[in-house]
Every structure is written in structure tokens, then in C-alpha cells.
Design a protein around this ligand. Sequence first.
Ligand code: ZN
Length: 224
Amino acid sequence: MATMTITEAKHIIDVVATALIGTGHRYHPVSALKGYDILQISNALKLRIAGEFLYLTGRDDFHEQFKYCVQLCGTCFYCVTSTFVPDNQVDEILADRVLDMFHNEKVGELETEESFGNYCAFVGANDPAYWRKIYARIGLEYTSTSPKGNDLAFLVDLTPPDSTPSWQLRCCKCGFVRDAKQAGHIRIGGWSWLRYVLGRCPRCRRLWFHAFERPQETDTTGRP
Ligand SMILES: [Zn+2]
């Protein structure tokens, strides 16, 4: 039985985020996933959902924020299954989607992010065996390297520099730029992957990555 530490899960999510951003091609090359397979990516996203559940529990905006988190993970997983192709086919319209469920029947059997989020709520943040149950649900072995009890294992990697007003978010789809503070980037702590944030663009309405940067770093191509 496979297992996964929180550190590994974070690393996988960083690899996926990097792989999904800005290649300039129609599709993404599968080599950018550095050998991680679709099940490992699904597991990493679910550990992240479970961590977000603990982090958000008790907050006034819990329902809204947790729903958002689950949607983002679902979107991310869908993007992974539908946009990675063999490296030599990245510009071919009919490229072979190597990570979709036709290539791995287990993908079609995976629990949806929404259902998994409901399971987190069913267990509850106060359960002293929270992580043990989460690991069992995902099908990962619970070991001495797994998070203990109901620890906040996924605590924020990148602290938002709130004291610096000049940071901005740039939509990686349409290039729309907005002030990070006005965008309510409080969630950046929960959803920063490297220096990209998943969110909905007020202009193009796409749920996609936004580059978190200082104004002078803006790349005018609209692509990171
Ligand atoms: Zn946009």
C-alpha cells in the first residue's frame, strides 16, 4: 500500500502548478509532471483538501471558502486529466490525452473532490483520529511520517506580504491585472502554489492561475 507525506503532497502540487502554467503550446507536455502519475496527483490534492478543512474550520466564511477550495481542486484535477499529452504532441489538436480515464481505469473510479470534502466534514476537525481516517479514505497507508491526530499539517507555505501594498494579481489567461489587496488576497496563504494563485478572473471569468507579483515584474505577453 502506498503512502504520501504532507511534504510530498506539497511538492507534487507545486510540480503540477508549475506544469500547468504557461507553456505557450496547445497542451502541456507530460514530462513536466516529473513522473508523478494521476493517482498520486489526486491523492495530493485530497490531502490538501483535508488540510484546508482543518485550516478553515471555525471561520465565519468556512462554507464559502471550503466550497471554493474543493472546486479549485476539482478544476485542477480536471485540467491535469485533460491537458497533458506526449511531449512531441503539444501542438496537435488531436493529441493523445495520456492522463485521462481511458488510460487508467482507476481514474474513473476515484472519489470526486466534492464527495471527499463531504467526508472531511463527516469526520470533523475535532476527531483525534482525523488524519488516520483521511489516509484510510484515500487509500494511503498511515505511517509514522503521516500527520498526527488533527494537526494543521498543511499550514501556509508562503506568507502574504500584507505590508507591501504594491503586490498585484495578473490573470494568466487574459492578462488582467488587479491590486492584490483589493482582490482580497487573504486566501493567498491558503492557495499559493509557488507564486501563483488559483482563482476566478473578474474579466474573463476563467477559474485559473493568477501570477502574484510586483508591478514591475509584469510580463506584457500575459503569460508567465
Ligand atoms: Zn482573465
